[in-house]
Design a protein around this ligand. Structure first.
Ligand SMILES: NC(=O)c1ccc[n+]([C@@H]2O[C@H](COP(=O)([O-])OP(=O)(O)OC[C@H]3O[C@@H](n4cnc5c(N)ncnc54)[C@H](O)[C@@H]3O)[C@@H](O)[C@H]2O)c1
Length: 313
């Protein structure tokens, strides 16, 4: 698949900004669209940034007209905690705005529309390892909005020929994890140790495991899927997996480097429910077969990379 100028909604976020850089490195111009307050402190000359809200249809219309976009990477979203806390806003941003963006992308005849979905589209208590064809019955609003957009994207693909591509990510381990994300505690704990802290409280029990990917593999997976030959893609949506992550594993990895660091466990019901309900292992053979998905980062390599980034090496 070849495209030249991509809109990235949520383009100043944890994944969005790195995705923009990776696309630019591969010869694709990018437009990062994100809300006020998201502006990077150190924008690069080649970064094109549009500040606005995905609910603002006039601004989106202007952005499509002005930049002659031929691909969309739709990452803007309220995440799990904020969706549950602000359900009306979550539906407007995550679902209604996605519906409008899909329609607009069909009208603009973009060559590719990528959507970032999540394991949270499955409810708690799914089969583990999670089969690729498991039913999706999310029990949190975040997952409900995401599964709705998966279905809408497939509808526009089948009915209007939109080249809709979608990945369901598990927990993403990232040094840039958003502060409020329930799933960000491993990253925040490592950073605290690296910054000289001596204690961190984990919001889930140490034995709870979750399927996980490192940030770099996530970015690579999005670019690979978007550029894959359409003829090879037999599925509408692909699940991905690299390794299982538990609080105990994070604690050990930190203590190996910072033996004095102390971890407490104060499980919060929302975090236990969400992370405890996610599978440890997700079957992702279809992605490996169809577009050669192969994660590069196992747990040890991920931890090394995170500590390197935190310590600025
Ligand atoms: N990080 C993970 O663990 C993970 C896992 C599965 C799926 N995802 C999905 O990947 C995508 C990116 O996640 P992330 O980790 O970069 O999170 P993030 O919060 O850093 O990125 C989301 C971005 O969307 C922007 N945004 C929110 N509301 C907006 C609005 N109304 N208009 C325009 N922009 C708006 C935010 O400012 C933010 O920059 C999201 O869709 C998320 O659901 C992330």
């Amino acid at each position: 698949m070849h495209f030249e100028k991509a809109l990235i909604t949520g383009g100043n976020g944890n994944l969005g900004r790195l995705l923009a850089k990776s696309l630019r490195d591969s010869g694709v111009a990018t437009v990062q669209f994100d809300i006020p307050g998201s502006e990077p402190p150190d924008p690069m000359d080649e970064e094109i940034i549009v500040i606005g809200d995905v609910r603002d249809q006039a601004l989106l219309s202007d952005t499509f007209d002005k930049h002659k976009l031929d691909a969309v990477f739709h990452l803007a979203s309220l995440l799990s905690g904020s969706s549950e806390a602000n359900p009306d806003e979550a539906w407007d941003i995550n679902a209604t705005s996605s519906y409008r963006l899909l329609k607009r992308s069909v009208d603009a005849q973009v060559k590719c529309f990528f959507f970032a979905s999540t394991l949270a589209t499955y409810g708690a208590g799914v089969t583990d390892p999670l089969p690729e064809q498991e039913q999706q019955w999310p029990d949190l609003l975040y997952g409900v909005t995401k599964v709705a957009v998966e279905r809408l994207g497939v509808y526009y693909k089948l009915k209007h020929g939109l080249d809709f591509r979608c990945l369901r990510f598990p927990l993403v381990l990232s040094p840039f994890a958003p502060p409020g994300a329930l799933t960000a505690y491993p990253s925040h704990a490592m950073k605290s140790a690296c910054d000289g802290g001596n204690q961190f409280t984990f919001p889930v029990s140490g034995h709870i495991g979750t399927s996980t990917l490192f940030l770099d593999d996530v970015i690579q997976s999005i670019v690979s899927l978007a550029k894959a030959d359409q003829k090879r893609l037999k599925q509408h949506v692909y699940s991905l997996h690299s390794f299982v992550l538990t609080g105990d594993m994070i604690e050990q990895a930190i203590k190996k480097r910072y033996p004095e660091f102390h971890v407490d466990y104060a499980p919060q019901p929302a975090a236990e429910h969400m992370l405890g309900g996610l599978p440890d292992v997700v079957e992702d053979q279809a992605a490996r077969d169809d577009w050669d998905w192969q994660p590069q980062f196992d747990f040890d390599r991920t931890v090394d990379a995170m500590f390197e980034l935190f310590s600025g090496r």
